[in-house]
Design a protein around this ligand. Structure first.
Ligand SMILES: Cc1cc2nc3c(=O)[nH]c(=O)nc-3n(C[C@H](O)[C@H](O)[C@H](O)COP(=O)(O)OP(=O)(O)OC[C@H]3O[C@@H](n4cnc5c(N)ncnc54)[C@H](O)[C@@H]3O)c2cc1C
Length: 450
């Protein structure tokens, strides 16, 4: 059977782009997380959408699991094969098709890197709403699938908010376009086109469980004339929550992000206060001046924070993990929560870190009018692995207790049982309709039995 599959994969993509050789499989058995090694049986790297379609048809007809992989940078084990099968590497599909200035969009292959796309559009005077902080290996598909985040989401939202449409290969091999391109004669200029539900959303934040994104179109925005930021420091999570609340309600920020003094240690930032938020503004110079002044007035009136030096550490495509000693790694536990639960979420993160005696650091953003929390715990891989897995589990449950939802589903701990049963049934129906043989990312949360 396996000889037969590798021969057919080679037939689809050419012998140089499919392998079942042990030493090559090992390279795909880990990602940036502590998980693994989890071994695939085959690697295949298609160059075109049609090749992806052929691979999916083969996988379906042979009941072979498929796991999608871009840069393999998740700190969460999301690109690892849990039940063997094929790892489909999208990195050969990396073309940027250019900016459509009429539609105000940029379209690229799923395997283009975020770094290259951001550089490409910025050189032409455009931007997406966010500036992430990671290295150059992250793919557009990985970031879209992850529903990425970064500085700048208060007004324009996160990746799912600026994704206009997709070309997707369904698990059964059909190729479809979502967004306005789904209407005859229209190009890709908007996500909703009056012909039914938001089918683009079916593939967002789903981590390769619903289909293979092959081309992605993002909205682009003109780079603003001016930019400014103010730092505000707070002594307690409660004060910080109130400061964030008044700023968010005022609707004057382009971005609000936070770091704590623990993260300041790790990232080499000045320790200005236990909790520091950055209030970013963009626009015309007069607008920037006004918004910065207004932000300071609002904060002074609230009486909870003080102005501190603002460090533009979030503005740049780079990583911070390289600052740690080689034996140390980080685990991230991400979640979403309302503004009003900010203090409770921060206390839970600190309590779990203290309980397990783990070095930690908090980063966090306001996205539209809700929050994305993304702290790290630092651990020594040889000595503290079990401890950090327990800490991640404890934090997930502590956050669930205060009404925080996860921003990715697992795999550790599996959160399937925390999903409302009626919603899980609905999810299962959609999943079974798209992926009838359950070949996509088997073993991933939410776990549904067919
Ligand atoms: C140091 C560091 C800093 C970070 N900072 C940020 C940050 O500032 N903002 C932020 O948003 N994130 C941040 N992240 C997380 C980052 O967003 C993810 O690691 C990244 O998006 C994953 O992209 P990737 O190409 O490596 O995908 P992979 O890790 O290869 O895959 C990620 C998921 O996408 C799925 N996938 C891959 N290709 C496809 C496809 N074609 N179609 C459908 N699904 C697919 C995979 O199956 C997997 O579930 C950071 C990570 C690190 C390590």
């Amino acid at each position: 059977m396996s000889e037969n599959i590798i021969k057919q994969l080679e037939g689809i993509v050419g012998p140089d782009h499919a392998t079942s050789k042990d030493f090559e499989l090992h390279a795909y058995s880990r990602d940036w997380s502590y998980e693994g090694p989890l071994m695939p049986e085959y690697i295949v790297a298609p160059a075109t959408t049609e090749e992806v379609s052929e691979v999916m048809k083969l996988a379906n007809s042979t009941d072979t699991p498929v796991t999608l992989r871009g840069g393999g940078t998740t700190t969460t084990g999301m690109s690892l094969p849990r039940e063997g099968g094929i790892v489909l590497d999208i990195n050969r599909m990396n073309k940027i098709y250019g900016i459509d200035e009429d539609a105000m969009t940029v379209t690229m292959d799923a395997g283009a890197t975020v770094y290259e796309v951001i550089k490409y559009i910025e050189q032409r005077g455009w931007k997406v709403s966010l500036k992430p902080k990671f290295g150059s290996g992250v793919s557009v598909a990985g970031w879209t699938s992850f529903n990425g985040v970064g500085a700048g989401g208060c007004v324009l939202g996160r990746v799912t908010d600026f994704t206009v449409g997709l070309e997707v290969v369904l698990p059964t091999g059909e190729i479809v376009n979502t967004g306005s391109l789904s209407y005859k004669g229209a190009k890709q200029f908007c996500r909703y086109q009056g012909t039914g539900p938001d089918l683009t959303g079916l593939f967002m934040n789903t981590f390769g469980t619903m289909g293979v994104m092959t081309k992605i179109t993002w909205r682009v925005y003109r780079i603003a004339e001016a930019f400014g930021m103010t730092g505000f420091g707070f002594d307690t999570p409660e004060d910080m929550q109130e400061g964030v609340r008044v700023l968010t309600e005022a609707n004057i920020s382009y971005g609000i992000n936070l770091y704590d003094d623990e993260m300041a240690d790790i990232a080499g930032l000045p320790k200005a206060a236990p909790w520091v938020i950055h209030h970013f503004v963009e626009g015309w110079q007069e607008e920037v001046d006004f918004r910065l002044k207004k932000g300071k007035e609002i904060m002074a009136a609230a009486g909870v924070g003080r102005e501190v030096e603002a460090i533009p550490f979030w503005y740049g495509v780079e990583g911070m993990t390289s600052r740690l000693e080689p034996s140390h790694r980080t685990i991230c536990v991400g979640g979403f929560h309302s503004i009003g639960t900010t203090a409770a979420v921060m206390h839970a993160y600190n309590d779990v870190g203290k309980k397990h005696n783990l070095r930690r650091g908090m980063v966090w953003w306001v996205i539209n009018h809700y929050c994305n929390v993304f702290p790290i715990y630092v651990y020594n891989e040889e000595e503290e692995l079990e401890k950090v897995i327990q800490a991640a589990t404890d934090l997930r449950y502590a956050w669930a207790d205060v009404g925080c939802t996860p921003d990715y589903p697992g795999p550790n701990p599996d959160i399937t049982h925390l999903i409302v049963p009626e919603y899980l049934d609905f999810y299962k129906k959609v999943k079974m309709a798209l992926d009838p043989n359950h070949i996509m990312h088997r073993g991933m949360s939410p776990k549904v039995e067919y």
